[in-house]
Design a protein around this ligand. Structure first.
Ligand SMILES: [Cu+2]
Length: 314
């Protein structure tokens, strides 16, 4: 069945998508068939046997065995077909093939981070090679999120204190949408990412290129890049307008009011602490929703972000 960008479903771009779609269409058309059958019979009977003229009594009919057996046996067979078919697909979706590349996925308010076996860590953009099975080992840092790539037909809850596992094998190169499909708070609608499916060679190049993302950049430029790539941009602006968190414009060197009534000078140490352990000091007027970046930023990245934030106060 060809389902490329069909009316009901987005394009199918993974090995399991065809199976999922086939079952979807089977249930859909079977339901449509019975809907039309039952509704037409109902309308026909309503008209054919409507009350007209003098009241005529029918003879007493208690039941019709042949008819009742038919309308019991056919739906029973149908639901068994759907169950067995669905269970087979369920197993296919959950049993990871041997030799799959394992990528660690972390959901947190409100972005995704991906850790590769090569040591690389990226945010909101999952790059994978085409025609290779990819295993995702997923966990959440805070609330329940849900990992959903419609074009691959994979969807799985991402829960704190537990790993959930899903796998896929992309069948065509391109850029696909990644959504969080569990309402996870105020910034839920911004928890959007991308899956870039590239050829094997492009994937190798990408791994090499990103081995040192700071190459050829000054600390400030590297910080500006991290501001976007580490998703600070979802909650902090650089133009002075407040978002989920305070703007970075002009904060360095200023006295920040905290919720506990005290104030603190925004210097290098305060900035570092704000990245790694944001709950330590909460800025007045804001909710403590920033995820701790401990383990998500290395020393060089912390330094680069500090340099970038300082550059916004000159
Ligand atoms: Cu979420």
């Amino acid at each position: 069945m060809d389902s490329t960008g069909a009316v009901w479903l987005p394009e199918a771009a993974s090995t399991v998508a065809g199976e999922v779609d086939a079952l979807f269409y089977f249930i859909f058309y079977a339901s449509l068939f019975f809907f039309v059958l039952v509704t037409s019979a109902m309308v026909y009977f309503a008209i054919r046997y409507r009350k007209r003229g003098k009241r005529v009594l029918t003879s007493s009919i208690s039941h019709n065995t042949a008819l009742e057996v038919t309308w019991t046996v056919i739906p029973t067979i149908l639901v068994f077909v759907i169950f067995i078919w669905g269970f087979k697909d369920f197993l296919n979706l959950h049993v990871v093939p041997r030799g799959a590349t394992e990528i660690k996925v972390t959901g947190q308010k409100w972005f995704w981070s991906f850790d590769y076996p090569e040591g690389l860590s990226v945010v909101n953009e999952l790059t994978v090679p085409v025609n290779k099975p990819i295993k995702l080992l997923m966990a959440s840092k805070d609330v329940i999120h849900s990992f959903y790539v419609p074009s691959f037909r994979v969807k799985m809850d991402v829960v704190p204190n537990r790993y959930s596992i899903i796998w896929f094998e992309a069948t065509q190169t391109g850029e696909y949408n990644l959504f969080c499909t569990e309402f996870c708070g105020k910034g839920h609608s911004e928890m959007i990412g991308k899956v870039n499916v590239v050829t094997e060679e492009e994937y190798e190049d990408w791994l090499l290129e990103n081995a040192d993302p700071s190459e050829g950049l000054t600390m400030e430029e590297f910080g500006a890049k991290l501001y976007k790539s580490k998703a600070c941009v979802t909650c902090h602006t650089i133009d002075g307008t407040a978002s989920q968190g305070p703007s970075f414009l002009g904060i360095y060197g200023k006295n920040e009011q905290l919720t506990d009534g005290s104030s603190v000078l925004v210097d290098e140490n305060y900035l570092r602490e704000s990245f790694l352990n944001p709950a330590a000091k909460i800025v007045k007027g804001y909710q403590p929703v920033m995820p701790p970046y401990q383990g998500l930023l290395n020393d060089k990245e912390v330094d680069a972000l500090i340099a970038y934030i300082k550059s916004l106060s000159q």
